[in-house]
Design a protein around this ligand. Structure first.
Ligand code: UTP
Length: 235
């Protein structure tokens, strides 16, 4: 079976606690897991941002704000692991090594954040390298990688297939502050480059889009590969 690591943005899984998509994602992930070996790294979403702003207002440092963000990613990950029931390893892996060991069960392995000054995208990219994944999928609240921020630049254009070098150029100028929002973080982009593992960025607000991408090979996001060309047999 192919191995796929998902970076499941908190902004799509738990944009707010009340508006969470945990049940919908649990259904889609269990169906996909019959044909694909899945690893899921869950982000912090709106609740992490709320905690991080509270931490800043209190005057806490950025590293402690990151630690609080990590706790929220792990809460979200625990919700998803619970909803997946027997299809997933019940304990959220606390390290890359723990996630690799959990993979032997053949069940879906779930992680959250692990270390300050990065995001769960970086956790997902490193995990992909550790387990020798065939693909990383970043499920986020934008529908791909743009030449500039589409929210502020009307001339921004979506890129269908780009090289890892170009991705590094695009994310290079983004802010490293706790809770910062960018399509993928710099650490993740560097690991994508050095590992050569293809990265697909798709809109995760419709969970069925993931099923379409992984099981039917159809998507309308952006693909990052070592060469900037579509590899044979992948979408
Ligand atoms: P994420 O950045 O991964 O979640 O973690 P997100 O921003 O909600 O993901 P999207 O936007 O939905 O895709 C939230 C915060 O937790 C801290 C960082 O402060 C991050 O901004 N964090 C997370 C870490 O410091 N280290 C980690 O390994 C993961």
């Amino acid at each position: 079976m192919k191995k796929v690591v998902l970076s499941l943005g908190g902004s799509v899984l738990v944009p707010t606690l009340e508006g969470n998509r945990v049940t919908a994602y649990a259904g889609v992930l269990s169906r996909i897991s019959r044909r694909v070996n899945l690893f899921v790294v869950v982000g912090g979403g709106g609740e992490a941002r709320r905690y991080i702003s509270a931490a800043r207002e209190i005057g806490l440092d950025e590293a402690l704000a990151d630690e609080i963000g990590i706790l929220v990613t792990r809460l979200n990950a625990t919700l998803l692991a619970g909803a997946l029931g027997d299809a997933a390893v019940p304990a959220v892996a606390a390290s890359q090594t723990e996630a690799c060991a959990a993979a032997a069960s053949g069940k879906i392995v779930i992680m959250g954040g692990i270390t300050p000054a990065q995001t769960t995208d970086a956790v997902a990219a490193v995990l992909a390298e550790r387990v020798g994944a065939d693909l990383i999928v970043n499920l986020t609240s934008v529908d791909g990688i743009y030449t500039a921020d589409p929210k502020t630049d009307p001339a921004a254009r979506k890129l269908d297939v780009i090289s890892a070098d170009r991705l590094l150029g695009i994310v290079g100028g983004a802010s490293p502050a706790a809770g910062a929002n960018m399509v993928i973080d710099m650490v993740a982009a560097r690991v994508v480059k050095r590992s050569g593992i293809p990265l697909l960025v798709i809109d995760g607000t419709d969970p069925l889009a993931l099923e379409d991408a992984l099981l039917a090979g159809r998507h309308s996001g952006s693909l990052v590969t070592a060469t900037g060309k579509k590899p044979a047999g992948l979408f």
